[in-house]
Design a protein. Structure first.
Length: 361
């Protein structure tokens, strides 16, 4: 009996193995080309654009220009990471631009209005970002308000509230206060080094950006917390039935988003050197765009840190190249829109490809 069983089962297992191999490798040449384009297309586009601008504009590929492009990408990349964490759990934080703008105002008020140190301003900004993240988490997890509606409401609240203490005016050193006195403080030299300082020859914002990208990659790819977040984004009900504290991790993503948005705001305010009331206004769309670009890199089809970084670098390369070629500022939005459309094209192609070519098991 056992001999017969062995003779029957071995051919069946062999047949299954052959079917799996066929499912994995039995693609047509066109399908293989499509897979390669989807997987490496965005990286290829980035490299081609860099080579084009470098070959047509000699100043584009210099060390100074490259570091400036990386520095220019820092705020967008960090805010993109903020959006990415909420996308991982199936949500979207629309308040990150306003949170960055709030960080600009808080830092300026701390140093200019109250004449406190730069380190105190950093602490105030970080706390402010965490408070916004906790507010979003409370509205979404506890009050059960949909992510988009909750963060949209918080966005409008922040946009209005940050203008009240300053009567809608930008904050700068030596400005006249509401009581008629002159503001006693100024932006400190150590605070301005957040954007204008260097470690060796590398600008500080580039270091901060790379550290945060590595940390985000490690958390999402190498820890249980990250795998749980991805599981929640894929199927929250299945995650709940598996015993996962869905509400906790969902809220945690928004707290991380608020923290990252405040760090982006710190770099932004140290870059402009004043409490500009319009700071962060356009950051949301750019952050969402680079986070979406990240989903299409290497055919991952999901939000990821390295893809988000590549998206920010691609936008920075395009804007720098167009500026060197003499294009006006109003062409930049068109360029960003095209980058986003290409990212969406790749992302939806990935989704269709996964449906059609599900690996055999």
């Amino acid at each position: 009996m056992s001999g017969n069983t062995t003779k029957v089962e071995q051919p069946r297992e062999a047949a299954v193995g052959k079917k799996a191999v066929a499912g994995a490798s039995g693609l047509t040449t066109g399908q293989r080309i499509q897979d390669s384009v989807v997987k490496y297309g965005f990286i290829a586009v980035t490299v081609i654009l860099f080579i084009y601008f470098a070959s047509t504009e000699p100043a584009f590929a210099t060390q100074v220009s490259i570091f400036q492009m990386l520095k220019g990408a820092a705020v967008t990349a960090i805010l993109g990471l903020a959006v990415m964490f909420t996308m991982v759990v199936g949500g979207l934080d629309l308040s990150i631009g306003s949170t960055a703008g709030l960080s600009v105002q808080l830092a300026a008020m701390t140093m200019v209005f109250y004449n406190l140190t730069g380190s105190t301003a950093v602490a105030v900004v970080i706390v402010g970002g965490l408070v916004v993240g906790l507010l979003n988490a409370f509205l979404i997890v506890v009050c059960k308000i949909p992510d988009l509606l909750a963060t949209l409401g918080v966005m409008f609240v922040i946009q209005g509230a940050k203008l009240i203490p300053v009567n809608g005016q930008s904050i700068s050193s030596g400005m006249t206060l509401r009581n008629g006195n002159t503001a006693p403080g100024k932006f400190t030299a150590d605070f301005l080094k957040i954007d204008r300082g260097f470690i060796g020859k590398v600008p500080v914002p580039v270091i901060i950006m790379l550290v945060l990208v590595v940390l985000a990659w490690f958390v999402l790819s190498r820890t249980t917390w990250g795998r749980v977040m991805y599981a929640i984004g894929a199927n929250p009900e299945a995650a709940r039935l598996a015993g996962v504290r869905v509400g906790f991790y969902h809220g945690l993503a928004y707290v991380i988003s608020g923290l990252l948005a405040s760090i982006g705001g710190l770099i932004l305010v140290s870059r402009i050197g004043q409490g500009d009331v319009n700071a962060g206004a356009s950051s949301l769309l750019e952050a969402v765009a680079v986070a979406l670009v990240g989903t299409s890199v290497l055919g991952m089809g999901k939000p990821n840190a390295w893809g988000t970084l590549l998206g920010a670098l691609l936008v920075s390369i395009v804007l720098t190249g167009l500026t060197m070629k003499g294009f006006q500022y109003y062409h930049q939005d068109t360029a960003k829109g095209l980058v986003l459309l290409v990212a969406l094209l790749f992302s939806f192609t990935i989704s269709r490809r996964k449906v059609r070519y599900t690996p055999a098991t």
